[in-house]
Design a binder for this molecule. Structure first.
Ligand SMILES: N[C@@H](CCC(=O)N[C@@H](CS)C(=O)NCC(=O)O)C(=O)O
Length: 278
């Protein structure tokens, strides 16, 4: 993109230093592109610091969340990994209290699901879109940046796997459990086991789920897998790669706080429905 003016009105134009079609909404101000403070495009760390300093003068994005939800936990893991917990305000939507069905929340997300990320007028109602956005805004200068098109595509591909296959199978089973349509899961695990078979194949060729490095796709998939483990133990003999990868994920410094805490709350509810002592 050729810049013709001294001033870049961030609201209206693509932000060139992100190398992406990303608009950071900033109605109130414009940024001098000639000033010495403007980072050179090949300095990702400076770009991130610059973006953070500009964004900090604006309203923080709001995350509508309940950590019993696996997609929410993938966002919490990503926020922890990017070290941006203090850059995002959190608004609890109590799912088991039906807060997601209240009119004020349905006006924000007619799908009445969490997570939702609201960053001024941008409203993202899907965790996978949120993860990509967080990487685009806060990722430059960190290992979670998705600047490389091939890596970006690999990550997106696994996020699609989670969104269209893995999480869907988890959600379907959880729905049946919570609606008390079933109180015994063993006859309902086949589609889930087949999805974990796929994951095992993915992990045969890469160290992490999308590539050889930890990415947000790992957060998305581990949030689902750990939820499913409640009803489907991860067998080391059938899924050795998945088991080893899962253990590595559990060793991440922020894993417990970002995933395990909410997961334990959900587990208690699931086990109560299934009349299982845990
Ligand atoms: N594809 C969505 C799925 C979100 C989702 O289904 N969230 C569940 C909790 S795990 C929810 O809020 N369900 C409430 C409802 O469906 O009314 C995402 O990844 O964000």
């Amino acid at each position: 993109m050729t810049l013709l003016t001294k001033w870049l009105w961030i609201k209206e134009l693509t932000v060139p230093f992100l190398n992406k079609e990303l608009n950071i909404r900033a109605r109130q101000y414009c940024v001098s592109i000639n000033g010495s403070n403007f980072p050179k495009t090949n300095e990702p760390k400076k770009k991130r610091d610059y973006i953070l300093s500009k964004k900090s003068s604006m309203t923080n994005p709001v995350l509508y969340y309940d950590d019993v939800s696996p997609p929410v936990r993938s966002v919490l893991l990503t926020m922890a990994a990017l070290n941006i917990d203090d850059k995002i305000n959190k608004h609890w939507i109590h799912l088991f209290g039906a807060a997601h069905l209240r009119r004020d929340f349905v006006e924000i997300n007619p799908l009445h699901t969490v997570p939702v990320l609201k960053d001024e007028e941008l409203v993202l109602t899907d965790s996978h879109a949120i993860l990509m956005y967080l990487c685009d805004v806060y990722g430059p200068g960190t290992k979670f940046t998705l600047d490389d098109p091939k890596k970006r595509a690999q990550v997106l591909n696994r996020l699609c796997f989670n969104n269209s296959v893995f999480f869907q199978r988890d959600a379907e089973l959880m729905r049946k459990i919570f609606r008390e349509e079933i109180n015994e899961v063993s006859d309902h695990l086949k589609p889930i086991e087949e999805a974990i078979d796929c994951l095992e194949i993915y992990l045969n060729s890469t160290k992490f789920v999308a590539c050889d490095e930890l990415t947000v796709a790992d957060f998305s998939i581990v949030a689902t897998l750990s939820t499913l483990e409640t009803v489907c133990p991860i067998s080391e003999s059938r899924w050795p790669k998945v088991k080893a990868w899962y253990e590595e994920m559990q060793r991440l410094a922020y894993y417990y706080e970002a995933n395990q805490v909410g997961l334990s709350k959900l587990r208690a509810k699931v086990n109560h429905k299934l009349h299982v002592g845990y």
